[in-house]
Design a protein around this ligand. Structure first.
Ligand code: NAD
Ligand code: DAU
Length: 339
């Protein structure tokens, strides 16, 4: 491997992956990112000095742009992190999710095949499996797909397009499906950065429903290690699932953030539930241990402490990424103005 193309590399997981690849390999990295509200060049700050990072502003759904990136950089592999990713936004408007997650993925996959790119990694999500009951066993990779939200449905559709390409054309693609990530550079619409910044800035902490929904939290570093393991060791057409083995209710997460930030507990507010809110996600990590020799390294206890500290020391980053469109989204969704 000499050159890796990471789409969505200016977003949360993409930028952490770029950083991880630059720090742990000698590969050149090309980022293709449309810089939507969730993508920000500040997420790649400091990496330009490596001399191994190139950035192209463009969409995975723009065929001529993708063709020219492949012609200019001739990547050995593509990791597709580009996506619309927020469930609440997909409830308000599903169309951008179809355009990028389904049509965009299908388009870049076909162009990659035509240009003989050696490997394609589709970064997907455990949400394609739908919701677990509290007593169900954790997800396994070959569980049936039962997505609840438009976001999850669009990711499931993309996964099926990837698998169809493998079956029909023999494309050398793999799929990863991970549980909820947290860590630095996560856009403050997702639970952990939203609650952390609100707690640090003295704003209400809006918990959906009764707060008893469960997520399996994984540090983004561990997810990046999993993506690289799937890239390097995964079998053609393989589906690899990763989780943190750290199931927590949302209430437990918010209470821990309150403790770590010394915020008053009175900031917590129960608000209307998310429509179609999945009760629980959890991952059985034993498959990834056997097939990829992968397991998570960071405990939620240490990882959350480190993450809260990162946000505390990066309030200027948070100010920068919360642009005007974020403010109007926040006002529409939570019904109050973000100070
Ligand atoms: P994010 O929203 O933080 O970043 C998405 C990035 O994709 C942004 O930089 C955005 O500008 C870019 N993008 C959007 N549309 C694009 C397009 N048409 N062309 C090029 N770039 C485009 O998302 P994230 O949390 O980093 O998620 C990355 C991937 O990981 C997604 O595929 C998501 O489904 C998956 N995933 C996320 C999680 C999680 O907990 N965040 C867990 C499992 C899987
Ligand atoms: O499981 C992987 C998925 O995790 C990824 O594929 C998605 O891209 C990512 O957004 C995430 O989806 P969730 O919907 O689980 O994450 P979110 O951070 O939006 O919400 C986590 C939980 O917290 C969920 O039960 C809803 C709840 N929540 C969220 C927000 C934003 C609240 O109670 N209040 C909030 O304000």
């Amino acid at each position: 491997m000499t050159t890796l193309l990471i789409t969505g590399g200016a977003g949360f997981i993409g930028s952490n992956l770029v950083r991880h690849v630059i720090e742990t390999t000698s590969w050149n990295v090309v980022v293709l990112d449309a810089l939507t509200y969730a993508g920000n060049l500040r997420n790649l700050e400091g990496l330009e000095t490596s001399g191994r990072l190139s950035f192209v502003h463009g969409s995975i759904a723009d065929e001529s742009c993708v063709e020219s990136v492949l012609a200019d950089f001739n990547p050995d592999a593509i990791v597709n992190c580009a996506a619309e990713t927020h469930v609440d936004r997909s409830i308000r408007s599903a169309r951008p999710f179809v355009d990028t997650n389904v049509a965009g993925t299908t388009s870049i996959l076909e162009i990659a095949r035509r240009n003989n790119v050696g490997r394609f990694v589709q970064v997907s999500t455990d949400e394609v499996y739908g919701s677990l009951e509290l007593t169900d066993r954790p997800f396994r990779s070959n569980d049936s797909l039962k997505p609840s939200s438009a976001y999850a449905a669009s990711k499931a559709a993309a996964d099926l397009m990837v698998l169809a390409d493998v079956t029909t054309h023999g494309t050398n693609a793999v799929i990863t499906r991970c549980s909820n990530n947290y860590g630095p550079y996560q856009f403050p619409e997702k639970l952990i950065p939203l609650m952390t910044l609100n707690a640090l800035e003295g704003r209400p902490l809006p918990v959906y429903g009764n707060g008893k929904n469960v997520r399996d939290w994984i540090h983004v570093r561990d997810h990046c290690r999993g993506i690289l393991a799937a890239l390097e060791k995964g079998e053609r057409g393989g589906v690899y699932i990763f989780g943190g083995s750290e199931e927590r209710t949302n209430l437990e997460v918010v209470e821990r953030i309150i403790a770590l930030t010394n915020a008053p507990a009175s900031l917590m507010e129960f608000v209307a539930d998310r429509p179609g809110h999945d009760l629980r996600y959890a991952i059985d990590n034993s498959e990834a241990l056997v097939s990829l020799d992968w397991k998570p390294h960071t405990s939620f206890h240490d990882g959350l402490r480190e993450t809260v500290e990162w946000y505390r020391t990066h309030l200027a980053w948070a100010q920068d990424v919360r642009d005007g469109s974020y403010r109007s989204y926040y006002e529409q969704h939570y019904g109050r103005t973000l100070q």
